[in-house]
Design a protein around this ligand. Sequence first.
Ligand SMILES: [Zn+2]
Length: 226
Amino acid sequence: MASGGEQALVVLSGGQDSTTCLYWAVDRFGIDNVSTITFDYGQRHRIELDCAARVAEFAGVSNTCLPIDTFAALGGDALTDSQIEVESAVSPGSGLPNTFVPGRNLIFLTFAAAFALQRGIDNLVTGVAQTDYSGYPDCREETMNALQASLRLGMESRIEIHTPLMHLSKHETVKLAQEIGALPAMALTHTCYNGVQPPCGKCPACELRAKGFLEAGIEDPLLATR
Ligand SMILES: [Zn+2]
C-alpha cells in the first residue's frame, strides 16, 4: 500500500453491496490507499471467495482471505450448514431468518480492525444497511456505533467504521454503484443463496437483487453476461 493519505480496509464478501463499498472507498480514499479483506468462515458457497478475489483484482486492489472456521462448528444457520435449507421466512423461535449467522458482522469487523491496526489503517468499510432486507440486528447503525466504540476502547485505536449503504434502499445502492463506476464489477459478484451461477433467480437474495436493479432502471451486469 502506498504511504500518504488515510488508508481504508474494505470487508469484501464478493457480493453486490461490498463491491459497491469497495468502489466507494476507492473514490474517497484513492486506489493506492485501499485494500480488502475476505473471510473464509466455512460458508457453504465457496464461490463467494472466488468472487471476492476476482472483484479485488478487477478493481486493482489487494485482497487478503482470512480463515475463520468457527461458525460452522456453532451450527444452526443455513449459510454454513448445508443440511439446512435456506428459507425466506423468519424462524418462529428467534424472529430472524435462518440465514442469520449470529455474531458474523461483529466478528468480521473485530478481526478486520485487528488486521487494520497492525498495518496502520484507520478506516474500515462495510456494506451493512439497516434499511435491509432481512432485518439482521448486526447490520443496524446502533450496533455499528457501539462496535466502533468498543474497538476504539479495546484496541486503543482510532478506527472508524464507514457504512456508506446504511440508509440506502436496494435501488439507491444500485444507483450509487452506477455513479461511482462500480457497475462493471457487478458482473463478477455473487448474491444467490443457492450458490449457483447463473443465479437461481428465486431465492430471497436473488429476488432482492433483481428488485433493486429493476427499481433503479438499470440492467444487472451479472445477468447481461449470461
Ligand atoms: Zn438465488
